[in-house]
Design a protein around this ligand. Structure first.
Ligand SMILES: *Cc1c(COP(=O)(O)O)cnc(C)c1O
Length: 357
């Protein structure tokens, strides 16, 4: 069976070489005569994986020793409540911007822990844009944003200047472009979009934020536990961490974030240009806020929805149905997707127009 063009939004495409190395590590890890899945997480071979993973995150984000790098479980969804638990004091408020489904869920969970101000929202316009120009109360414990809106296909191309600590859910665009990480006090990302398989969540936190809330927390839900124990307080998700490490190595070997960013820009521009040219399709998001990672578009005639998905399938393009809550199409162009796959999709759109329009 030949490999499909994988446009799934998550879990998502991983580099071929990473998959091959991961498969080998499941059989025989580090020439130990044992599988990666069979050994102690406290073995020196796995300790080396943890150390390299942390150091690759530091290198790719350009962060220094002011930050702690942690690999946690429970998905990005667990961060929705761990963040207020760890950062928000009992009598404080925090600010959020609502740019889509994931941001809404982060807001919902945070409300369990204090006063939450939603400074701006694009919900009234089906999240078709990124709100700008809102003012940020200086007494907020932090400002939470979602850098890329995976479901509706919008993305911050300029981050707000925040007078309070900036917290960002980067689940679907981590390591996709250059970034001034020192602007952020906390960055988190579920691995399964752009970094690795499901099962591990990256959390990068400025050390001065640890223990900020002063709340009594369950051990596993206190960032200090994982910071102090190097993400090894309990058994870490060894396989997702290993695959994420290989993916980060692959980014470096592909020329680093700068080269990845250039490729991502090229892929996104190619596809958006076709959406704008082709009479059968239209984009849903305001142009300046379009995501480079998740390209959301709709057919100009409703009956074309299933027909186009059928044509995609014929050309081995999979994962293009829009999220079940929005319909239409979504092409996810994560780091590991080669531009040749985008070219096949664009060709499919051109043929579709010739046949149906
Ligand atoms: C997928 C996604 C999530 C949820 O991640 P889980 O790891 O499944 O909890 C949160 N935020 C964003 C932006 C996402 O794309």
């Amino acid at each position: 069976m030949s490999k499909k063009h994988n446009f799934y939004a998550g879990p998502a495409i991983l580099p071929e070489t990473v998959l091959a190395q991961s498969a080998e590590a499941i059989r025989n890890f580090a020439d130990m005569g044992l599988s990666l899945l069979e050994i102690s997480h406290r073995s020196k071979q796995f300790e080396a994986v943890m150390d390299e993973s942390r150091s690759l995150v530091r290198q790719l984000l350009g962060i220094d020793e002011d930050y702690e790098v942690m690999f946690l479980t429970g998905g990005a969804s667990t961060q929705f409540f761990m963040i207020p638990m760890n950062l928000l004091r009992e009598n404080e408020s925090a600010s959020y911007v609502n740019t889509g489904t994931w941001a809404s869920l982060a807001i919902k969970e945070a409300k369990l822990f204090g006063q939450i101000n939603v400074l701006a929202s694009s919900e009234e316009d089906q999240f078709r844009y990124i709100p700008k120009g809102f003012s940020i109360p200086e007494d907020s414990a932090y400002l939470h944003i979602t850098s890329n809106n995976t479901i509706y296909g919008s993305q911050y191309h300029h981050f707000p200047e925040s007078p309070v600590p900036l917290v960002c859910d980067m689940s679907s665009d981590i390591f996709s472009r250059r970034l001034n990480a020192s602007k952020f006090s906390l960055i988190y990302a579920g691995a399964q979009k752009n970094m690795g398989p499901a099962g591990v969540t990256l959390v990068v936190i400025r050390k001065d934020m640890l223990g900020r809330s002063g709340r009594k927390l369950p051990t596993m839900l206190d960032y200090r536990t994982h910071a102090d124990k190097g993400s090894m307080y309990n058994t870490p998700p060894v396989f997702p961490i290993y695959v994420s490490m290989l993916t980060m190595r692959w980014i470096l070997n592909s020329g680093g974030i700068e080269a990845i960013e250039a490729r991502n820009r090229e892929k996104a521009e190619l596809l958006y240009a076709e959406i704008d040219r082709n009479s059968c399709f239209e984009g849903t998001v305001k142009k300046e806020d379009r995501s480079w990672m998740n390209v959301v578009f709709v057919p100009t005639k409703a009956e074309w929805e299933n027909q186009f998905l059928e044509e995609c399938k014929k050309n081995a393009c999979v994962g293009l149905a829009g999220h079940r809550s929005v319909g239409g199409f979504r092409a996810s162009l994560y780091n590991a997707l080669d531009i040749s796959s985008v070219k096949v999709l664009v060709e499919t759109m051109r043929e579709f127009e010739k046949k149906y329009a």
